[in-house]
Design a binder for this molecule. Structure first.
Ligand code: B1M
Length: 210
């Protein structure tokens, strides 16, 4: 049986070597990549989050854990996608202004790419005006906003407002997500959709782009 606990423990211990070994062994044993991601890595990150909140882990350690997780996501990448489709609609994704969290956003981008969408990943701390410029530059059909902090959720609303002010609201669908974001919040700020995880974000983006 796969020892997901060993993965969560290695992640919390920031032991990237052990963690990548465990992930590679699980893949070699035909454990589904989605199970490794959800039961090993994301479960481990939840514990890291709790320890961060309680002061038992500090930012440098959290960053090391995030890097270890990022390395494992790269290993899982070829095994996670849906069946590829032909290069599709142009999608822009970024973490909103003031927010530096990118692991979940990158997972969303990866799932969208493997679903056949043409994804332009802008990175983190993206200002509303930069989203607007990129929508124009890339003729985007969908713009995806990620936020992990309650304090940066207002930047999602500012981005929606900037898109409206730029006269682009009818050109582009807006999808929002990230741990503190809800469907109610998406409705409140005038987004077209909310997704709770990378898989459903990818499906919804394809639907919105159609
Ligand atoms: Co930060 N952090 N962090 N952090 N961090 C959280 C988010 C927090 C919940 C931890 C905690 O206190 N329990 C807390 C936020 C509290 C709140 O606002 N409610 C917090 C805090 C407070 C902070 C700082 C303020 C700490 C400080 O400095 N005092 C600071 C802020 C920095 C900033 O952004 N300005 C900070 C910094 C950091 C690090 C830089 C050290 C690091 C980020 C490194 C990186 O991303 N490269 C970090 C980390 C790693 C975390 C936790 C531990 C893990 C986040 C993560 O990667 N999860 C996190 C606690 C937690 O989440 N349990 C925490 C795994 C990832 C796969 O999940 O990102 O949720 P997630 O993505 C999911 C879904 O949300 C969804 O799909 C993904 C996968 O299915 N999703 C979307 C995401 N984006 C989407 C977009 C979509 C649709 C779905 O459509 C567009």
């Amino acid at each position: 049986m796969t020892d997901f606990n060993a993965m969560t423990e290695a992640l919390v211990a920031c032991d990237a070597v052990k963690l990548t070994d465990l992930v590679n062994s699980a893949l070699a044993a035909d454990v589904p990549a989605g199970d490794i991601l959800n039961n090993g890595l994301i479960a481990g990150m939840d514990i890291v989050g709790e320890k961060m909140e309680s002061g038992d882990m500090f930012i440098p350690e959290v960053l090391m854990a995030a890097q270890a997780m990022g390395a494992c996501v790269e290993i899982l990448k070829p095994h996670l996608g849906e069946d590829g489709a032909a290069a599709g609609a142009s999608v822009i994704i970024g973490t909103v202004k003031g927010d530096l969290h990118d692991i979940g956003k990158n997972l969303v981008a990866m799932m969208m790419e493997s679903a056949g969408l043409t994804v332009h990943n802008l990175g983190v701390d993206i200002a509303p005006e930069n989203f607007v410029e990129e929508i124009k530059a890339k003729s985007a059909k969908v713009v995806c906003l990620s936020a992990l902090l309650t304090t940066t959720m207002p930047a999602m609303k500012q981005t929606v407002d900037a898109i409206v002010e730029a006269g682009l609201r009818d050109e582009v669908k807006i999808l929002v997500g990230g741990a503190p974001v809800t469907q109610a919040f998406a409705d409140e700020i005038g987004a077209d959709g909310f997704a709770a995880d990378a898989g459903s974000a990818s499906k919804l983006a394809k639907k919105l782009a159609a």
